[in-house]
Design a protein around this ligand. Structure first.
Ligand code: PEP
Length: 265
């Protein structure tokens, strides 16, 4: 697996029972076995992480979780700690998805605490940010930088560099939505990369991936834009053939050159 190449992944959200996940992951593993030039991941629900470990161990697809509790252990009924996820071999943990901010009122401060827990256990946080409505891209950059500043409070520069930031405009994700225009994605990614490289951001080297209604027909165009270090896929990836097609688009673009040469200025 590459160290910091393009990153293509999916969260299956609250889909697939463990039996269905077993079939899905078994099929996916075969379909993407030749995609070796970019990093791949799947985030199943907590109930199927053990299935991912069984199905994906020794493959080129990493697995992880869709959420985590910030505390190490204790009286938190229904929650799951970072230690538990690390013990299951998780490489990535998503924090701050728009649906959790919406459904559970998650604040930037809580997301920062979750991010720290993930980092403490040497896993990679996938920190989701995104503006709620489609204004202009300058307003979007201002919005996501505010979210990033809040969600990274108290996290050191070295740790920030290990992050994955997922730019997921809220209006572009989920049923009935359409992907953000590649120009807008490039502009917002450039803003995020510039901030990460600044003294305030302090996270040069962090990857910034785009999520929001990506499918096999849009993946190549999005990946071709400077500063787009990968894709985070929802609905389309529930079909393993579609995930594989998107991963193949990643492979093609990864072969165009190292990530530094694709960096937004
Ligand atoms: C998401 O919700 O993170 C997402 C990327 O979903 P979709 O691709 O279905 O818009």
């Amino acid at each position: 697996m590459s160290v910091a190449g393009l990153l293509i992944g999916t969260s299956t959200k609250m889909n697939l029972t463990s039996s269905e996940a077993e079939r899905y992951l078994g099929t996916l593993r075969q379909l993407v076995e030749d995609v070796v030039d970019c990093d791949l991941f799947v985030l199943p629900p907590f109930t199927s992480i053990w299935v991912a470990r069984e199905q994906l161990a020794g493959s080129n697809v990493a697995w992880g979780a869709q959420d985590v509790h910030p505390d190490e252990a204790g009286a938190h009924t229904g929650d799951v700690s970072a230690a538990m996820l690390a013990d299951l071999g998780c490489r990535y943990v998503e924090v701050g998805h728009a649906e959790r901010r919406r459904d559970y009122g998650e604040s930037d401060a809580l997301i920062a605490a979750k991010t720290k827990a993930v980092l403490r256990h040497r896993m990679i946080p996938i920190l989701c940010v995104g503006e709620p409505t489609e204004g202009d891209s300058e307003a979007a950059v201002r919005f996501v930088l505010r979210q990033l500043g809040g969600s990274l409070a108290g996290i050191s520069g070295a740790d920030r560099s290990r992050l994955v930031v997922a730019y997921e405009p809220v209006w572009a994700i989920g049923a009935g939505a359409r992907p953000a225009h590649p120009d807008r994605v490039a502009a917002v990614h450039a803003g995020i990369h510039a901030w990460l490289r600044s003294p305030d951001g302090g996270g040069a080297g962090a990857r910034v991936i785009y999520g929001g209604s990506v499918d096999p027909s849009t993946a190549g165009t999005l990946l071709a834009r400077a500063g787009v270090d990968g894709l985070f896929v929802g609905r389309a990836a529930l079909d393993p053939a579609h995930f594989a097609a998107i991963a193949r688009a990643g492979q093609e673009h990864a072969r165009l050159g190292p990530i530094g040469s694709r960096m937004a200025s």
